[in-house]
Write a protein that binds this ligand. Structure first.
Ligand code: DON
Length: 579
């Protein structure tokens, strides 16, 4: 590895650090009675109320998840899937995998047209797009093992929100009005989310979701079997059959959530606990941290060209490994231990030039052939810590915003379009972001590879950070930024969450940069090093909890989203710490 030249840009870098410090953002909402931090205020409040009633962090996480299925329909769900990382107050860790599975009748080439090209419309919307949902089984599995309150008590807050309705915010009104255009092809979706009497949604309106309330009430009363074997399963199977979809009652009955061992790494004395396959998140996060650890980023400064360059080169290499190796571990051997080992990071880092950008095509030439893919932008992450110190990081999703745009007729919930996360054309890996490696090609019952990265950081057996984000493949890099902010740069949780984020994913060979805190000179310098830089829009939405050196727990909602909140169990809720 070539040594970095002395930095000309130190003063600019210091200015950024000072300006970050200069904002003196409030560190966050604190509470020793427990916190829920999420994208939608009424759902965070529902979760915090469960903590206040004596529920633990898993009770609150499950309650928040069901509530988000009501108040944040773009990503909160019961018709999708996701991942949960749990760290008990005593420091024991585990992970729940409730990722969707490919239907039993799926095939590796089901999304190719007659010419053999990927037909992206099939995974963008409609009845062929969903995988078999996992959320309800996942929540039930986590609750069965760790919950303290009765199941009904953690589902009913969602029922109340659906049946009694809740106030529509300005952001939700805008989102629903845009979505209703996309839902036009699906009458059951318009029936659920159209404004009664017609017209557009406006801030202050009340959204009541009657069918969803009935569905959640059945789940509360009869447990997850109501969804996977009872009348809700009937409704899903009927809708699929009537509209050319693949999911059957047999698919639903066969669905199992999995408890898995988290992937673990260390970074400068911090312990990193994250999601194993079928998410790529934990493996790639730990590989990047292992590559960066010897480089002493802090000495390069915060958001400086050399520090950003080093991170981009780590991203490039970890995402190449992701493309090469990662998929559902129940279907093929995934070399998790090797990829998360410090020795592997050293080998991979040997090709990094600290002064020049590498070319992705040179590094992964064997994978590439020729022949685009946009990351969709909805998923949601939330963080919970209870009074005793048990922590839960949950990221779950419908994949695209409002998933497949299909509401199950008579059952009131949206189905995911997660099948699009599979490698849709076996063998096709290209410079636009398609990946065709075998580990993630479609097979009946297989889980599609995810980038979701719910993550917990501890040090000296004490909890330090609970974090995660939406954002498709950008998720892992958003979590990297928050983790580096806290562990490498010694920032507060608030500063780390506010910090500008960058994203490189091996292919396409370009880096996007959140512009707000990255001055044009820095972008120019990165370009001079050989990077294709795209000043970009907002990246991620990392609702986090940070435990300061004073031992206080700070709820740090990501103020990139307007309705987000850190709610406390003590009733001392404050809206977001700052806007
Ligand atoms: O599992 C995944 O990685 C994606 N389906 C997540 C989608 C996503 O984050 C879209 N969001 N903003």
């Amino acid at each position: 590895m070539r040594k970095v030249q002395p930095l000309l840009v130190v003063s600019a870098l210091c200015a950024i650090a000072v300006s970050l410090r200069g904002q003196e953002p409030a560190p966050g909402v604190t509470s020793d009675a427990g916190l829920v931090v999420c994208v939608s205020a009424p759902a965070c409040d529902a979760g915090a109320a469960v903590l206040a009633r004596g529920g633990n962090a898993v009770d609150a996480a499950v309650a928040t998840g069901f509530a988000l299925a009501v108040t944040h329909p773009a990503a909160g769900n019961i018709g999708g899937g996701g991942f949960m990382i749990i760290r008990t107050a005593a420091g024991r860790t585990t992970a729940f995998d409730f990722r969707e599975r490919a239907p039993l009748r799926s095939t590796p080439t089901m999304y190719l047209d007659a010419q053999g090209n990927i037909d992206r419309t099939l995974t963008a919307a409609g009845y062929l797009a969903p995988g078999v949902p996992g959320t309800v089984r996942g929540f039930a599995a986590a609750h069965r093992k760790f919950g303290r309150l009765p199941w009904k008590d953690v589902v009913m807050p969602g029922v109340a929100l659906a049946e009694q309705g809740f106030t529509v915010s300005e952001a939700l009104a805008r989102s629903l009005n845009a979505e209703l255009k996309r839902m036009a092809a699906f009458p059951s979706s318009v029936a659920a989310y159209g404004k009664p009497g017609g017209g557009s949604w406006a801030a202050g309106d009340r959204l009541v979701l009657t069918d969803l309330g009935r569905t959640l009430r059945a789940i509360a009363a009869d447990g997850p079997d109501a969804f996977y074997k009872g009348w809700i399963a009937d409704r899903i199977a009927e809708a699929m059959k009537a509209n050319g979809g693949l999911i059957t009652k047999a698919d639903l009955a066969a669905y199992r959530a999995r408890e898995r061992t988290p992937v673990k790494g260390t970074y400068r004395g911090f312990e990193i606990i994250s999601m194993p396959p079928p998410s790529s998140g934990g493996v790639a996060l730990i590989e990047m941290l292992n590559i960066l650890e010897p480089l002493n980023l802090r000495s390069m400064g915060l958001l400086t060209p050399p520090a950003l360059h080093a991170q981009i080169e780590a991203m490039r290499r970890a995402y190449l490994d992701r493309a090469r190796h990662l998929g559902d571990p129940d279907f093929s051997r995934v070399p998790v231990d090797r990829l998360t080992a410090k020795t592997h990071a050293r080998e991979v880092a040997a090709s990094i030039d600290l002064a020049r950008a590498s070319r992705s095509a040179d590094l992964g030439a064997d994978l590439l052939n020729r022949s685009a893919t946009e990351e969709p932008d909805e998923t949601t992450h939330y963080s919970v810590v209870d009074r005793a110190g048990m922590a839960v990081a949950t990221t779950y999703t419908l994949e695209g915003s409002y998933g497949s745009h299909v509401v199950v007729s008579g059952a009131g919930f949206l189905l995911n379009n997660e099948m699009g996360d599979f490698n849709k054309k076996p063998g096709l890996t290209n410079d636009t972001g398609d990946i065709g490696t075998p580990a993630n090609t479609i097979a009946p019952g297989k889980r599609m590879l995810s980038s979701m990265t719910p993550t917990i950081v501890a040090r000296d057996r004490k909890l330090v950070l609970v974090t995660g984000s939406p954002g498709g493949r950008t998720i892992i890099n958003t979590v990297l930024a928050v983790v580096l902010g806290v562990t490498e740069y010694g920032l507060t949780g608030r500063e780390a969450v506010n910090l500008a984020r960058i994203h490189h994913q091996w292919m396409p060979d370009r880096v996007s940069v959140e512009e707000s805190q990255v001055p044009p000179e820095t972008i120019e310098r990165l370009r001079a090093m050989g990077h294709e830089v795209r000043p970009g829009m907002r990246q991620g939405d990392a609702h986090s909890i940070w435990i300061g050196p004073d031992g206080e727990r700070y709820g740090v909602n990501d103020t990139r989203t307007p309705d987000s909140k850190a709610s406390t169990a003590g009733g001392l809720t404050q809206p977001s710490a700052e806007r």
